[in-house]
Design a protein. Structure first.
Length: 399
């Protein structure tokens, strides 16, 4: 893939690698969580927001977006930047919803005014976004939205309840699906860019997970007002717009920025095994442990090659087959790797992340507990398998 790059792309790769090496920020006083959706403290928010602003200013975030919307105006540069950020193990980009969902959806469905107003802040991280899709009664059945938006002149008045709202406690804006008609299940939905910060009708409440973190939230709307100018696309087209969002959330399109990937998970497992003991010897010498790590390494290589295949149009017989397949396998792979890490660490995996004796700074038990949220987010593994079976393979609908 690298050999096929143009001279401009190779020059950009060299620039990205050099800039990241020279501008890597010092670590924060307290270790960062494993992903943006676990960020709880203002100190971490400020640290990561500052980093995203710097990376965006350097041209490594939004590289393929038009210049007039805060991007670099290039083609095929963002994947290079993402790979270099991953290789360098730089800090994660905090505005995960803004980068991976809001910005690409606004680019497709937004007006010119909306694109110029919202996309630059998504890319720079100046405005943090959250996602208002899931409800207590609308998770896997996303069309069962009950949050209601009623037209009131140039505004809409919103009442309802959203849940599992990652980064809602720091967000200024939300991508929101609300029901504007009770007479049509799908055509009765409309998509809004909802102001959260300073909106008197919006209440954000943290949800504490088993890890003790509260990156998730529930959001209640009580006569909350959103201007009609913040409606994305036409009234009743919310389902169509949401499908664009989910296409990006499920990995079917290149994100506007990367980063946050430190050591490869297999390398971390190997290091853990070399520093853990079992039956009087290092766990890395135990044949059962070695075999378990190799099995996960095989899956990791398969995922890597599957991602390469997804970028070759001639090998994509169905537009959603490989992305949905990758979503299922990659999230379940992360869960299996984390479980193996807990097994290798043994009793030491019970130590809290701030305990100096915790292996790998307590990464493995946290990763395992958080992995269940990943296999649920953007559609559960069960739902993804149903979609693959019914829409890709043409199997009869499950009962």
């Amino acid at each position: 893939m690298e050999k096929a790059r143009t001279s401009e792309q190779r020059e950009f790769q060299e620039y990205a690698r050099r800039w990241l090496a020279e501008n890597r920020p010092p670590p924060p006083e307290r270790p960062l969580p494993s992903s943006p959706i676990e960020i709880m403290t203002e100190a971490h928010r400020d640290y990561l927001q500052d980093w995203q602003a710097r990376v965006h200013e350097a041209g490594l975030v939004g590289a393929d977006y038009p210049v007039e919307y805060g991007g670099g105006g290039h083609t095929g540069f963002q994947r290079i930047a993402n790979q270099e950020m991953a290789r360098a193990g730089t800090p994660m980009l905090i505005n995960i919803v803004g980068l991976n969902m809001a910005a690409p959806t606004i680019l497709v469905h937004g007006t010119e005014e909306q694109k110029k107003r919202f996309i630059p802040g998504c890319l720079s991280g100046q405005e943090i976004w959250c996602q208002g899709f899931s409800e207590p009664g609308a998770g896997s059945d996303m069309a069962n939205q009950q949050t209601m938006a009623v037209r009131d002149g140039d505004n809409w008045v919103v009442n309802g309840h959203k849940v599992w709202t990652s980064l809602g406690h720091f967000a200024q804006w939300m991508i929101l699906i609300a029901r504007t008609s009770r007479h049509h299940k799908y055509d009765g939905l409309t998509y809004f860019l909802m102001p959260i910060e300073g909106n008197a009708g919006v209440t954000v409440r943290p949800l504490v997970k088993i890890t003790g973190e509260s990156g998730f939230n529930e959001v209640l709307f009580e006569d909350a007002v959103v201007p009609d100018a913040c409606r994305l696309d036409e009234v009743g087209k919310g389902w169509t717009v949401a499908m664009t969002t989910l296409t990006h959330e499920r990995g079917a399109a290149e994100s506007a920025g990367g980063g946050g990937n430190a050591a490869h998970p297999i390398d971390r497992l190997v290091d853990l095994a070399r520093n853990s003991w079992r039956d009087g010897q290092r766990a890395s010498l135990d044949p059962v442990t070695r075999d378990a790590i190799v099995q996960q390494a095989i899956v990791a290589e398969g995922l890597k090659q599957n991602a390469r295949r997804a970028r070759v149009p001639a090998l994509c017989d169905h537009p959603m087959r490989l992305p949905l397949q990758q979503k299922v396998t990659s999230t379940e792979f992360a869960q299996q790797v984390a479980r193996l890490g807990v097994d290798i660490a043994g009793a030491r995996s019970t130590l809290y992340k701030l305990d100096p004796a915790a292996p790998d700074a307590g990464h493995w038990p946290l990763a395992y507990m958080n992995s269940y949220g990943v296999t649920i987010a953007a559609g559960t593994s069960e739902i993804q398998r149903n979609i693959l079976g019914e829409r890709v393979l043409g199997l009869p609908k499950s009962k």
